[in-house]
Write a protein that binds this ligand. Sequence first.
Ligand SMILES: *Cc1c(COP(=O)(O)O)cnc(C)c1O
Length: 472
Amino acid sequence: MSRSAHPAGPRHGDVLPEGHYTAPPADLNGLDPRVWARTVRRGDEGAVTVGGLDVRELAEEFGTPAYVLDETDFRARCRAWREAFGPGADVFYAGKAFLSRAVVRWLHEEGLNLDVCSGGELATALAAGMPAERIALHGNNKSTEEITRAVEAGVGRIVLDSYQEIARVAHIAKGLGRRQPVQIRVTVGVEAHTHEFIATAHEDQKFGLALAGGSSHPETGGGPAAEAVRRVLMLDSLELTGIHSHIGSQIFDMAGFEVSARRVVGLLSQIRDEHGVELPEIDLGGGLGIAYTPEDDPSEPHEIAKRLGDIVARECEAAGLAVPRLSVEPGRAIVGPTAFTLYEVGTIKELEGLRTYVSVDGGMSDNIRTALYDAEYSVALVSRASDAPPMLSRVVGKHCESGDIVVRDAFLPADLAPGDLLAVPATGAYCRSMASNYNHALRPPVVAVADGQARTIVRRETEEDLLRLDVG
Ligand SMILES: *Cc1c(COP(=O)(O)O)cnc(C)c1O
């Protein structure tokens, strides 16, 4: 690799470190609509606005770091998913991506259902008035308390994940005099990632019950999944409504869903043959990808709906089954693109011949994805426009950890200075929900903006909050 210094100095972007594959963008002030929330613009003065509000004013009012969420975009994405799938299907928003009471109300108003996977998420959903029948409870180790709360509330679906759980939910439902609708989560032997999938993946994971196993071929299913079906069908307090499969995350290639749908439908036809029942539902999970950088090219909801609908219809026709009601569970694809994290630059360190380290006032406590998954993000200077040349940068946080990286490789204007505001787009999913108090960081607020109004929907933590947990 060439680390030869650029004659104009290392702050100039044409000296690329090994493995860096993109050239500086043509316009450092540009805001690519693929990665920025719908109402984000660069205003006349050069500063960025969202929902008609200047980010400098948002920083002034709410402080930094802060997650800024474009409510207009969130609702538009909900509607796009709802309309794409139509009245014959259900869209469950995966609450683990980001959940708050305001978000639950938006989902309710926009006609979406909600996946929860813990007592805390269930409590949030119920507190915000989501009708219980539109809630699904997930998880590979739901506690007795969580199951009891869900059955008592009357959740529309519990997704069963183990033999023990079948017995546990049946026992609790029976005790409460209920017949609880359930699905069985199966592992179909497909593992899907961004650009590729493996159709013969080992079922070496904690979730679900394997289709494969026993002496049967994976397409027909003779393994733990079929055994789970037999057990559930014998229990009066459980109503088996369908089969559930979730194959991965940040997926762009739909081919993995095709194999998954074929295998799930294969199980439905085996259940019909063996038990004489046609289950009315299938759920193909979530995992649809979003653009974190302009190189990513996700599909639109209507394309996804058409692909999935066609696959299921074709497989059912081949198996001679009526087409079941389909559900999907996008989390990231709804909330991910709707928010950005607003940071203030604190220090700037130029490492000659390498890159420039730009330290912001947050880091791995508000975005663990870069450290945890090697995730890629983009970043822009948002408090002003700049005509300065590009500077190869690494945006890092303020934590005591050298892996505390927010954006590994980015180009920022070479005149960047302390006090400037940076924004990292596409941080709506799995950032606030995975935030930590590492170094006793105070978790940032989530500020929702719409039509020229901003309001806190999750407030910033305070030192008082920290000390309240620390009972001394
Ligand atoms: C995580 C998860 C989802 C949502 O995944 P996204 O990548 O956010 O779309 C959906 N269903 C299940 C069962 C999950 O575990």
